[in-house]
Write a protein that binds this ligand. Sequence first.
Ligand SMILES: Cc1ncc(C[n+]2csc(CCOP(=O)(O)OP(=O)(O)O)c2C)c(N)n1
Length: 384
Amino acid sequence: MSDITSLLPCPQPVRFLDPDGSTTEHDPGTAATLEARGYSIPAEEDLLAVWRGMVIGRRFDTQATALTKQGRLAVYPSSRGQDACQVAPVLALGEQDWLFPTYRDSMALVTRGIDPVEALTLLRGDWHCGYDPVATRTAPQCTPLSTQIVHAAGAADGMRRRGTGGVALGFIGDGATSEGDFHEGLNFAAVFDAPLVVLVQNNKYAISVPLAKQSKAPALAYKGVGYGVRSEQVDGNDPAAMLSVMRSAYAHARAGHGPVLVEAHTYRMEAHTNADDATRYRTSEEVDDWTGQDPVVRLQAYLVARGALDEARIEEVREQAEAFAADVRTRMHAEPKVDPMALFEHVYAEPTPQLREQAEMVRAEIAGSAHAAHPVPETEEATR
Ligand SMILES: Cc1ncc(C[n+]2csc(CCOP(=O)(O)OP(=O)(O)O)c2C)c(N)n1
């Protein structure tokens, strides 16, 4: 049995940077607590990489939202506001580690170095995820809530058995922690000391359902304790805290001490997806309050105040972000080549008689419409 005190999360979310970018070091109590828990503010160089990743990631996110309005993307769940949760945990992963994202985590995929157009393939409506999961060590984005946690637990256990030294990071939303797979995955990983790190992005809503109607837990992080899983809560809009806590979680899992559950307190600034109207269930005061806690502004203010970042570098990265978005735009505007017959592939090794029959109907329909490209009206009915 584990010692419960070693599992319990910090009573307050771990934070190094206040919303204005000043450090929490002015509070000796906080500083001592964080140090005792093994957290320290990361080096400037590492924070500069996180800042750059967030600037590019956010520009990508804005571009993807615009593409839904232009009919180029079927759906896009924005992670604007959750930028620190998307970027810092991924930058801290090693090459041998695996990432298990949800539909919300496209910014994380881009941070992982996946081609942004490939990353958007699924949300464009294609039948596959666009990138090679094995080559990128990144599973396809999961839409069925929480199923990725059992996949991640299995992958983590596989890495442990093979002795690869890798860890699996599974992203999940606050609402999805009510799903059975989350609990089964955590329990399995704990029993086998699998190197799994689960990051709950608590953005306060499951579409329109607020957290209070989802869970009575004092914090979602406590859900790990019942399974014997080390748990932590962190300010998800503080990129420095995110980096420090995630690094510590990976080190714990990698060393064979078992899984870690991290709850990041954050907020999704946009609606659930482009198909949702968030003004129906959130107040503008609440949104304004979170606008004042923006993770990109917060880290930029800290780095500028320390002299680690100046206007010239900010402008340079802004231009890089613009070029990144322009490239996504150009390539997403190109008409994709789609083969309608692909609808019938990859479901059964041996297609069923019904599928074969349907495939023939589609083939005939396509052949017919090719002839109908310049139809010659023969009857009065045909000209109506
Ligand atoms: C098993 C399952 N049930 C229901 C849904 C429909 N659904 C899609 S997103 C969502 C809300 C999820 O909220 P949360 O886990 O907090 O993640 P967020 O979208 O806020 O990132 C629901 C209920 C689904 N995709 N899968």
